[in-house]
Design a protein around this ligand. Structure first.
Ligand code: VAH
Length: 314
């Protein structure tokens, strides 16, 4: 059957690249990009785009009615740092946006739904190293709380109503195409821009802050591999742990200096994002993803650094 894929939140850091990749696979007309803002990347005029506010259930109902999607990706969300500045909007968007989509997917019998979670679902008392799929989870950001609650709802709609909803706990994602959207891990993107522009960068996270990260190419490939996997191979219906490479700002700076020898890194003190980063794990065990669909990252720190610098230089 012909796929008709709707991507809600198509203009974000993930959505921008997911839409491009899905259109290469399924064809422009089979992927509808939806966002509350017109894309700042040059989408082809022919490719379908819709203005959508995911908090407006009637509006989303109109999209489901018009396109009868076979797959829906809900990427619209407020991330960790922005969410702390606007807790009620973050909870409303991240939670009610998801519940709107889960209900409509049931009503319109959508074959598959994708919703991103994050390593932000772990908290101060979660194990810090090689954090496992099942462990203590006490997130203390609105973003993390909303993602943990959302995972519970995804599993509930799968177990109670049979909805085929799939999810991945993304680490900090690094990419060059679309600007990052208010995350705590965004230093690992800005550092490349400043390294090329100014030869220096001031990190808002301290030198020894190690966080789980991943190159966007790996994240997009892994997401599509998950969505393509046979349903009976999916053993996790909350959200899969997912790992790329963990590093600190100091280690990343040393890698950048292999290409820009004079690059200097300084540190800003007392940034609120430091508290958020301190509550997250240093590294993640993604053995369930490896077992269930053969997940394996391709970008290590060296390859990620080369790709970022080469593309940003263009
Ligand atoms: C954030 N980039 O910083 C997101 C991500 C694990 C981090 O969820 O909020």
């Amino acid at each position: 059957m012909q796929e008709k894929i709707v991507v809600l939140g198509s203009n974000g850091q993930i959505g921008t690249e997911l839409v491009t990749t899905l259109r290469k696979i399924y064809g422009d007309d089979h992927v509808v990009a939806c966002d509350i803002r017109r894309p700042d990347y040059d989408i082809k005029n022919s490719a379908p785009f819709e203005f959508v506010n995911v908090l407006d259930k009637e509006m989303i109902n109109g999209i489901f009615h018009k396109y009868r999607p076979t797959q829906v990706y809900l990427l619209a969300a407020l991330l960790s740092a922005t969410g702390e500045q606007n807790p009620k909007l973050a909870w409303d968007l991240n939670m009610n946006g998801l519940l709107n989509v889960l209900d409509l997917a049931l009503e319109y019998k959508t074959a598959k739904v994708y919703w991103p979670s994050s390593i932000a679902v772990f908290g101060p008392n979660s194990p810090k190293d090689n954090t496992s799929q099942y462990c203590i989870m006490d997130p203390n950001t609105v973003y993390g709380i909303s993602k943990l609650a959302g995972e519970r709802w995804c599993e509930y709609y799968n177990q109670k109503y049979g909805l085929d909803v799939r999810s991945i706990r993304y680490p900090g994602l690094i990419s060059w195409k679309a600007a990052p959207g208010g995350g705590t891990t965004d230093y690992a993107i800005h550092i490349f821009h400043d390294a090329l522009k100014k030869g220096s960068y001031q990190s808002f996270l301290s030198a020894e802050t190690e966080l789980p990260m991943m190159y966007m190419d790996d994240a997009i490939r892994g997401t599509i591999e998950l969505m393509d996997a046979p349903a009976d191979q999916i053993s996790v219906r909350s959200s899969y742990n997912f790992a790329g490479v963990s590093f600190t700002p100091e280690v990343l700076a040393a890698e950048i200096r292999k290409h820009i020898p004079d690059f200097t890194l300084s540190y800003a003190a007392n940034d609120p994002r430091q508290q958020i980063a301190n509550s997250w794990p240093r590294s993640i065990d993604d053995n369930y993803a490896a077992k269930d669909w053969g997940w394996k990252p391709e970008f290590d720190l060296s390859k990620l650094t080369i790709d970022m610098l080469n593309n940003l230089k263009k």
